[in-house]
Design a protein around this ligand. Structure first.
Ligand code: ZN
Length: 133
């Protein structure tokens, strides 16, 4: 099963990075024309999702996650002070599954594959697993 790995160095405590082009390159490198791609992160405090890469919406997404989780008062903060990042990552999820057609990831006009760093800066790994023919 073809698997590619991306290394993403994040620069801020919380930020959102468009990884669509890098995923597209990884899918192309597998040579698979038609099937499915799973884009996942093996981390507890970052996440991947699909939505529009518009600066206002990117800011709104980080604001929403902060509003939902708050910043203090969680038990896990006794361990390493990043409970809000864990909780936000759990809400969004650690993977997206998308169709591949003609060697390209099928996305809508405004859809992008986004990585949300919630406890950076860190070096993150993205796994791109493609199944098909
Ligand atoms: Zn933690």
């Amino acid at each position: 099963m073809p698997v590619e790995h991306l290394q993403i160095s994040t620069r801020q405590r919380r930020e959102i990075i468009d990884i669509t082009a890098r995923v597209a390159d990884a899918v192309a490198a597998t040579g698979i024309r038609d099937g499915l791609v799973c884009v996942s992160v093996p981390h507890c405090t970052c996440t991947v999702y699909v939505n529009e890469n518009e600066s206002g919406l990117v800011s709104d997404t980080l604001k929403l996650l902060s509003q939902i989780t708050g910043t203090t008062g969680w038990q896990h903060d006794r361990i390493d002070d990043n409970a809000a990042a864990h909780l936000a990552a759990s809400l969004v999820g650690n993977a997206v599954l998308l169709p591949v057609s003609g060697g390209k990831v099928e996305l809508g006009t405004w859809q992008r594959i986004m990585l949300a760093e919630l406890d950076g800066p860190r070096n993150r790994r993205v796994t791109v697993t493609v199944v098909g023919a």
